[in-house]
Design a protein around this ligand. Structure first.
Ligand code: ZN
Length: 60
């Protein structure tokens, strides 16, 4: 399923790979129409996850 337009596509393109230390990672897919709209850097979600972990650390 496309992460941007939520359409089911028969030719999903991986636009991001999310790796989590606390669980299984997953891939983010987009349809060919939406894939060009994603930035070439695929680690946005990874950076988000890292930021969350850092915030939790600051609160303690
Ligand atoms: Zn799409």
């Amino acid at each position: 399923m496309c992460v941007r337009c939520a359409r089911i596509t028969t030719t999903p393109i991986t636009v991001s790979e999310v790796h989590q230390a606390s669980g299984p990672g997953f891939n983010v897919y987009a349809c060919p129409d939406c894939a060009p709209h994603f930035p070439p850097l695929p680690d946005a979600l990874d950076l988000l996850a890292t930021g969350w972990r850092r915030r939790e650390g600051d609160e303690r």
